[in-house]
Design a protein around this ligand. Structure first.
Ligand code: ADQ
Length: 468
């Protein structure tokens, strides 16, 4: 059996007695164990100069190989091109996108350094699976160093419409780099269609009769493969003592009121301010619900070295303060605004206690919070999911109340509908949603991708490869 080599910006091995890792890390660790694999990436540490020294560590049959990056790399590649150029652009925020040559150079340099350092670790039959927008040029860099193995790429965030992508200087270079992969995966058909449209109309490429895509003199297989939860792990966690404890604590503090819940990283793509304004609108339109409901918004800090993230929490605090100032009564506060990080088990209990979960990003590759909320509910009395049509999850979770997060009226109407929904409709919607979450889980996602990679390896044995 071939070995699997996963490459991602950061590496997350299970720590003995450490915090729970998150669905993606758990899934990748499981795949790596199955294929006795290697996980390669940045350690998260920086040094004044790049050394290329590899640190290796093994846990539960998985080996992690990490490198430190130079301070300038962190500035130009991670905080710069990844999080100030590609992230906003791919989330349709041209207004927040930084177009700086130095960032582009830093991105190319780090991808080169990753490839140079990884190259000697690659064995002849390895399958290589690169994760996310930080590392788009990795395959090209590896090919230039003689790597002929099957290489796949999965994009966790949206692929933008071609009209947006062409605002990026050297956009064609970025797309051309993708054609050095054998398999490229997107979260939804919509993002895949946007990619195909670029390839056809901007790069003069074509869709081949067997479904392959051809451009820049190369061929790749592009697929829509939505990521899922580790549903089993999540169910175990939801039944754990910390989850039960946080559920009971929440129930007690609700004192019979209905709870609307939001759980997000503090990121402008998640539509946090729009959500709070929609709740304000709901309170104005439906004063009969006042005192009966409150919103708990849990949003934790992220990417705090990036300027665009620094004032998000201040704006959110000001907005929730304004709503509370205008609407609160001596024994009722409409918005509980929490920034403290929560463990995944604690979160599972909070999800279970929620009557309505608001997942209303302005643009999102998938959104696992929507799936975690569904996985945490119990059949007797399931809560209602309100989901943005602009989250990748909306393409699978059609039984949610689908909303336009840019319209406060639309979201306010959905909150009203969710609160009034009778138990039989809640159960019917939840059952279908739950079946989907259980069936399309992270193992299904991973296995489908790895199978495509195995196929790619068989189609192009190294000695007959035309890749050079
Ligand atoms: P993220 O944008 O980080 O990831 P998301 O899928 O919403 O997106 O959440 C990832 C995880 O973080 C979830 O497990 C969630 O529980 C946790 N999380 C979020 N907010 C939290 C909070 N306040 N406290 C504690 N935990 C929190 C990217 C893409 C997504 C895509 C994922 C996976 O942007 O669209 O779903 O990758 O592919």
């Amino acid at each position: 059996m071939s070995r699997l080599v996963v490459v991602s910006n950061r590496v997350s091995l299970p720590e003995p007695g450490g915090a729970s890792q998150g669905g993606l890390a758990v899934a990748i660790n499981a795949a790596l164990r199955q294929y006795s694999g290697l996980w390669f990436g940045w350690s998260g540490q920086s040094t004044p100069e790049f050394t290329g020294r590899i640190s290796t560590r093994s846990a539960e049959g998985v080996t992690a190989a990490t490198i430190d990056l130079e301070e300038q790399d962190v500035h130009e590649y991670y905080n710069g091109f990844a999080n100030r150029t590609l992230w906003p652009l791919f989330h349709y925020r041209i207004d927040l996108t930084a177009f700086e040559r130095a960032y582009g150079s830093g991105y190319a340099r780090v991808n080169r350094r990753f490839a140079e350092t990884l190259r000697p670790l690659i064995e002849r039959d390895d399958m290589i699976w690169v994760q996310d927008y930080h590392l788009i040029p990795m395959a090209r860099e590896l090919r230039e160093r003689g790597v002929e193995n099957a290489i796949g790429f999965f994009l966790h965030i949206p692929w933008p419409a071609r009209e947006i992508l062409v605002t990026l200087p050297r956009h064609q270079q970025l797309v051309e780099a993708l054609f050095h992969y054998d398999v490229v995966g997107f979260q939804t058909q919509e993002w895949l269609d946007a990619f195909i449209a670029y390839v056809r109309y901007e790069a003069g490429g074509e869709v081949l009769p067997d479904g392959g895509l051809r451009a820049f003199g190369r061929t790749l297989r592009a697929v829509a493969l939505p990521i899922g939860l580790d549903a089993e792990e999540f169910a175990t966690m939801a039944a754990s003592a910390p989850a039960v404890e946080s559920f009971e604590r929440m129930q007690e503090s609700k004192i019979g009121r209905k709870m609307l819940l939001g759980v997000d990283r503090l990121d402008y793509s998640k539509g946090l301010e729009e959500r709070l304004m929609a709740f304000e609108r709901f309170l104005a339109d439906h004063p009969e619900h006042k005192r009966e409901v409150f919103m708990l918004q849990i949003s934790t800090h992220t990417r705090s070295d990036v300027e665009e993230y620094q004032d998000i929490s201040a704006r959110l605090d000001a907005l929730s303060g304004r709503i509370n100032g205008a609407c609160a009564e001596m024994d009722w506060i409409p918005v509980r605004n929490v920034h403290r990080p929560h463990g995944r088990d604690e979160l599972a209990g909070i999800y279970r206690a929620a009557d309505v979960c608001l997942v209303t990003p302005l643009r999102d590759g998938m959104n696992l919070v929507a799936k975690e909320f569904v996985a945490s509910q119990v059949e007797d009395d399931p809560g209602v999911l309100i989901l943005s049509r602009f989250a990748g999850a909306a393409s699978q979770m059609k039984e949610a109340l689908i909303v336009n997060p840019f319209s406060q009226e639309d979201v306010a109407d959905a909150i009203n509908r969710a609160l009034k929904m009778d138990i039989s409709e809640r159960r019917a919607r939840w059952r279908t949603l739950h079946e989907g979450v259980a069936k399309h889980d992270v193992a299904a996602w991973r296995n489908a991708f790895v199978m495509l990679l195995e196929g790619a390896g068989l189609e192009q044995p190294p000695e007959k490869s035309n890749r050079k």
